[in-house]
Structures are given as C-alpha cells and as structure tokens.
Design a binder for this molecule. Structure first.
Ligand SMILES: Cc1ncc(COP(=O)(O)O)c(C=O)c1O
Length: 413
C-alpha cells in the first residue's frame, strides 16, 4: 500500500500526456510533441565527447563529494561572476551543491528548509512539481494567483502576508518561484526581483529562486536572486539552456544556514549527482559550447515568433490572454471564459487535438490551483521541440480550431 501522503499526490500531467502521445506514436501516427519542455538538440558535442573520453579512461567512475566535483563548482562560481557580475564572496564554492537535476535540488531544499505543516508559497500558474513535492513532504501550500502580467511580484506576496496576518493564519515560511516562469514564460524585471528578495528577507521567508530558464530569454535582462540576497536559495539545472535533460544534473547555491543539513541529506538520499554527468558538464562554459548553445536559443526565438504570429489568426483569442513569453520555451494561452463551455475546456481540447490531429499540448490543469477553474481554460505550448515541429503543429491546430469552436458553441447553446 502506498502511504497516505503519496496517494494524495497528483500526477505530473504533462507526463500523462506524453505517455498517450507515445502510445499513438507506437501505433504509427505522426505525433508532434509540444507538451514536454525538452530541447530537441542533445548535449553539445564538447560535453558528449567529454563523457565518451571519461568512459574510456581506465579509472573508476566512483562517488564524488556529496556537494560534487570541486572543479565543477569552481566553474559554476566563475559563471556567476562573469554572467551576473557577482563577486567571488557572493558565490563561494562551498555554498554550491551539484544535484541530480533541479528536481533533486527541490527535494533537498524543501526537506532541508521546511518542516511538515509549514506553509510554503507558490504561484498559480506555476510549475506543478513544486506543489506536488511539497505536498508529498507534508507541507501546506499558500497558493498566490499571478497578476494580470502573469507574474507574482512583491505586491501579490505582500497582500497574501497581510491577509494571513488579518485572518490569524500561520506565517509563510518559504516561497518558490521560477523566472522566467514555466508555464507563462513571464520574467521578473531585476527591480521586481530585488523587491521580492527584500520583502522575503524582512518577513523571514526563505526565497527559493528557480532559475532553470536563465540563458533562454528574448531581450530582457535576467538577474539572479543572489545579486540581491545572500539568504536566497538558488536552484538551476543543466536540463534547459545546456540541453542535458537526461543527464540529470543541476545545482544549487544555498545559504550558509542550511549547509550542514543539506550536506547530510545529499549524503543520505543521493550520495552525489551522477559522476559521469558532472565530469562532462565541465565543458559547458567552453567557448565552442556557448556558441552551440546560443544557436539553440536562436531556434527557440524563431519558433516563439512563429507561434505568436500564428495565434493572431485565432480571432476568438484575446491577445491579452496570451502570456508574455519573455523567456523559456513556452507559450501559455488562456482561452477566456467566453471560449469554454461545461465539459469543453482546455483539458478536452488538448485531448481531442491529440486524438484527432496528433498534436500534443499540455492542459492548464497541470499548472493551476485545483481550487479554481483556470486549469480548464488555459493550455501550454512548448516550442522546445524544433521549428518544423512547431510549424506543422500550428497548421494542424489551425485546421482543428473551427471544428472545436463549433463544438464549444453548440455546448453553450
Ligand atoms: C521551472 C522548472 N523547474 C524545474 C524543472 C525540472 O528540471 P530538471 O529536474 O530536469 O532540472 C523543470 C522542468 O521542466 C521546470 O520547468
């Protein structure tokens, strides 16, 4: 029997969609995958070659220190200094932890920093695994709706803090937020990030800043929470910008106060992140690697433009209902109340689109507070899978749309 806590944890719905899409593919259908946020390109050749080389060396691929290879942590520290202009003191190697993907980082950070029963704030819309992992650990959620710009800023957090004080509810212990966001792509301006860091410090809230989509942005300057707070906990990964999702490698920069706790947890839960991946990741900041990775970003940019331009042809959709897509590789669309009917929302739309036109999008119920109906109004298009995939998917979606809208209208009348 599964534990009560585990039994109440929701599935990661995009993985359910992927499973069905793969079943259809196995039946010979030409399925277009715009559900998962997985880069179409593999790891950069320099990284892949380094892995091959490491395997052919006659040495044991053994454990590393719990926090990972010192040489890799030094590279990460240098990256923060170069990319964000931080000083070495702001990002010392002994506060850098190499993790088994950022997902491994969540487990370490949440377990290391929160107790069962603590309230942790998340944004809705937001990345579903925050909600699901926190629930599995017995934490309570303080779900905060994003504003009209699809962001959670200090102002929304402040309102929730005030509301809880007024209602005599327990204070918020932590906040986990990604900027650029999955699913909206919305990015906090550096000033907004600074205000959020300040508020968290003054309210004793641990700010966990998920910066996994850094590097994949379309014009706006990205800032790390480390610039504004040494108390913030930073989570990042090699899965997105570095195109290494299956290598299961990420990192955290953690505050001094939780070093020992996280060290013990890593030793006990994972021992260390995969040594082969750590060894190969040393190549991630080589000049030729960066040239290669920037080409990926250019492809994402083209796909993003393609989708945004196409969506203008969907006259029922209100442009204000399409999230800004400042970074990452997602477009998040709200159908609007007027374009849904009971039983005919984004969940069914995504299902029908997959079953009839073999295009996989993710319904909003993965990303929204289950207490609202927004999950059945919104859906996410991932454009990580390549320009041609995106082009064909949008053509098929355009063909599907009138039939779908006819069904919605019929259900409304
Ligand atoms: C916002 C965000 N954080 C974390 C992850 C997990 O990534 P990984 O465990 O591969 O580092 C994802 C994956 O899609 C994500 O979108």
């Amino acid at each position: 029997m599964a534990s009560r806590r585990a039994s109440s944890v929701e599935s990661f719905k995009v993985m359910d969609v992927l499973q069905r899409a793969n079943e259809l593919q196995a039946q010979g259908k030409k399925v277009l995958h715009l559900e998962v946020g997985q880069p179409e390109s593999g790891a950069p050749p320099s990284v892949a070659n380094a892995a091959v080389e490491a395997l052919t060396e006659p040495r044991v691929m053994g454990y590393t220190d719990a926090f990972g290879l010192l040489a890799l942590r030094e590279k990460i520290s240098k990256y923060y200094q170069k990319h964000y202009g931080l000083s070495p003191d702001q990002v010392p190697t002994d506060r850098i932890v190499i993790t088994t993907g950022s997902s491994g980082g969540f487990l370490l950070a949440f377990t290391g920093c929160f107790d069962a029963g603590d309230y942790v704030a998340i944004a809705s819309s937001g990345y579903p695994c925050y909600r699901n992992i926190l629930s599995a650990l017995g934490c309570n959620l303080a779900t905060i709706p994003i504003n009209e710009e699809f962001k959670l800023t200090a102002s929304e957090l402040q309102s929730e803090i005030a509301r809880r004080k007024e209602a005599g509810e327990a204070p918020i212990k932590g906040l986990i937020l990604s900027s650029p966001s999955n699913p909206t792509g919305a990015m906090l301006h550096p000033d907004e990030l600074q205000s959020l860091c300040r508020l968290c410090e003054s309210e004793n809230i641990l700010f966990i800043s998920d910066e996994i989509y850094h590097g994949i942005t379309y014009g706006q300057k990205e800032a790390t929470a480390l610039e504004y707070s040494s108390k913030a906990l930073i989570i990042n990964s090699f899965s997105k910008y570095y195109s290494m999702s299956g290598w299961r490698l990420g990192w955290m920069v953690i505050p001094e106060t939780v070093l020992d706790a996280i060290n013990s947890l890593q030793q006990n839960m994972f021992i260390n992140a995969p040594t082969l991946s750590q060894t190969a990741a040393m190549k991630c900041w080589d000049d030729d690697t960066i040239v290669e990775l920037e080409k990926h970003v250019e492809k994402y940019r083209t796909s993003r433009e393609l989708i945004l331009n196409q969506l203008k042809n969907f006259t029922e959709l209100n442009a204000k209902n399409i999230a800004p897509a400042d970074g990452g590789f997602y477009i998040y669309v709200d159908l609007g109340e007027e374009n849904v009917a009971p039983g005919y929302g984004s969940v069914k739309m995504c299902e029908e689109l997959l079953e009839t036109h073999y295009v996989a999008f993710t319904p909003g119920n993965d990303f929204e507070d289950p207490a609202t109906s927004l999950g059945d109004r919104r859906f996410r298009i991932s454009y990580a899978g390549g320009i041609e995939t995106v082009r064909e998917a949008m053509e098929r979606f355009y063909t599907f749309w009138p039939t779908w809208m006819a069904q919605v209208k019929a259900a409304k009348s």
